[in-house]
Ligand binder design. Structure first.
Ligand code: 3PG
Length: 211
């Protein structure tokens, strides 16, 4: 069962970032991801299907459903009304963050620089999406940014996969990693749910320290 938002993401450690074209596939996708061991999902507002997909997935008591690529306060409302329990955005928007806070919705804005991290801190936030992680310098960059910002927790996303997620998750400052690799658009379009579960299982296994 899902308790706290940050606690659930921290326990799952992997946040699949979903771009869904057809809301009708949402229940099958949710089943495939939970079968693979995940408990949280970010459904992006990059498609018109997002709100309906969130609504369908939020019916599951064992899955924490959030909204991603939220760029406007209006999308915050759509996400919240559909049942999203948290909001993620690629960058730092004061308007989006404020609106989430007014609605009591946990928000994880993107931060790519020390300045953006300070903007998040000024807004009372301590967890940011570090995006796009690999392109910005990957693990080394997270380490460098974590040094001065001791209270900040990062969700590196962008170029993360089963091969490199362990390096990120080994950093104490990393709450979880996000990415699309287990929910590639072709897999979703073709309804290859067994493959989604297989990739998810492999990712969950890679997220656990060896030994
Ligand atoms: C996101 O917005 O979180 C990214 O598109 C995810 O990046 P990836 O496709 O490299 O995992």
């Amino acid at each position: 069962q899902i308790v706290g938002v940050t606690e659930t993401i921290a326990a799952t450690r992997i946040l699949p970032v979903v771009v869904l074209e057809d809301a009708a596939s949402a229940p099958a996708l949710a089943a495939a991801l939970t079968e693979g061991g995940l408990r949280a999902i970010e459904v992006t507002f990059r498609t018109a299907a997002a709100a309906e997909a969130i609504r369908l997935m939020a019916e599951r008591p064992d899955l924490l459903v959030g909204a991603g690529t939220v760029l406007t306060p209006a999308q915050v409302d759509q996400a919240a009304d559909a049942g999203a329990r948290f909001v993620v955005s690629p960058g730092f928007s004061p308007a989006v963050v404020r609106h989430c806070q007014q609605r009591g919705l946990p928000v994880f804005p993107g931060a790519a620089t020390a300045t953006e991290i300070q903007m998040a801190l000024d807004a009372g936030l301590e967890t940011v999406k570090f995006f796009p992680a690999e392109q910005l310098g990957g693990v080394g960059m997270v380490k460098a940014l974590a040094a001065p910002f001791r209270s900040v927790r990062f969700i590196p996303t962008g170029g993360v996969n089963t091969g490199n997620l362990g390096d990120y998750l080994a950093l104490p400052a990393v709450l979880a990693v996000g990415g699309t690799w287990m929910v590639a658009p072709a897999l979703l379009a073709e309804g290859r749910w067994d493959e989604v579960t297989r990739l998810t299982t492999a990712a969950v296994r890679a997220s656990r320290p060896a030994g």
